[in-house]
Design a protein around this ligand. Structure first.
Ligand code: GDP
Length: 196
C-alpha cells in the first residue's frame, strides 16, 4: 500500500459517528505525547497529516484517514493527560474500549509508547483489550533516538518479555520518527493486516 497517499476523511466524537463499519481499519493509540502524530506523519510522509488531532477541542476525537477506499488508519484520542478531569478521562476510556470491542473492521492496533516510559497502566489496558478480542498488536517504542543502542535493546527486551505475558499476537519494535527507525517494520505490519 502507498501510505503516502493517505488523506484525512473525518473526525468522530464516538464510534456511533464513525463511517459504516466495512473495509479494514488499523488504529493508532498511545498516551498523549508518546509520538503518535509524528509516527503517522512519518509513515505517510506528510508534515501535518495528524495535526488535525492536535487542534484544541479535537484531541478527544477519533480521526480517520484513508489510504485508499476501504483501507483506513484511525488516530485514537491520546490518553493519560494529567490535566484532564476524571470524568472526561473515564469517558475517553469508555470510548476507546467500546471502539476496540465493537468495531468489526478493526484488524490491528498500533500502540505507541515512549521507549523511556513504556507499559504504563493505560498502555497495558489497551493491549489487554486488544488481546481480549483477538486483535493483533504492534507496540512501537518511540523516540528510540533518545537512548544509546545498548539501553534501547535492554528496553526492547524488557517490553518484549512483558508483552509475552499477555499471550496474544503482540510484536514489539523500536521506532524513531526522527531517525526513521522501525518505519519499514510498521509498513510491513500494516501491509499484512490490510491484506488479510
Ligand atoms: P502525540 O501527542 O503522541 O501525537 O506526540 P507528538 O507526535 O506530537 O510528539 C510529542 C513530542 O515528542 C514532540 O515534541 C515531538 O517532537 C517529540 N517526538 C516525537 N517523535 C520523536 C522522535 O522520534 N524522536 C524525538 N527525539 N522526539 C520525538
Amino acid at each position: 500500500y502507498n501510505y503516502h497517499m493517505t488523506h484525512f476523511v473525518m473526525s468522530a466524537p464516538d464510534i456511533r459517528h464513525l463511517p459504516t463499519d466495512t473495509g479494514i481499519e488499523v488504529a493508532f493509540a498511545g498516551r498523549s505525547n508518546a509520538g503518535k502524530s509524528s509516527a503517522l506523519n512519518t509513515l505517510t510522509n506528510q508534515k501535518s497529516l495528524a495535526r488535525t488531532s492536535k487542534t484544541p477541542g479535537r484531541t478527544q476525537l477519533i480521526n480517520l484517514f484513508e489510504v485508499e477506499p476501504e483501507i483506513r488508519l484511525v488516530d485514537l484520542p491520546g490518553y493519560g493527560y494529567a490535566e484532564v478531569p476524571e470524568e472526561m478521562k473515564r469517558k475517553w476510556q469508555r470510548a476507546l474500549g467500546e471502539y476496540l470491542q465493537k468495531r468489526h473492521s478493526l484488524k490491528g492496533l498500533v500502540v505507541l509508547m515512549d521507549i523511556r516510559h513504556p507499559m504504563k497502566d493505560l498502555d497495558q489496558q489497551m493491549v489487554q483489550w486488544a488481546v481480549g478480542v483477538d486483535i493483533p498488536v504492534l507496540v512501537l517504542l518511540t523516540k528510540s533516538d533518545k537512548l544509546a543502542s545498548g539501553a534501547c535493546k535492554a528496553q526492547l527486551n524488557q517490553v518484549r518479555e512483558a508483552a509475552a505475558a499477555f499471550e496474544g499476537d503482540i510484536q514489539v519494535e523500536a521506532f524513531s520518527s526522527l531517525k526513521k527507525t522501525g518505519v519499514d517494520k510498521l509498513r510491513l505490519k500494516l501491509d499484512s493486516w490490510f491484506s488479510e
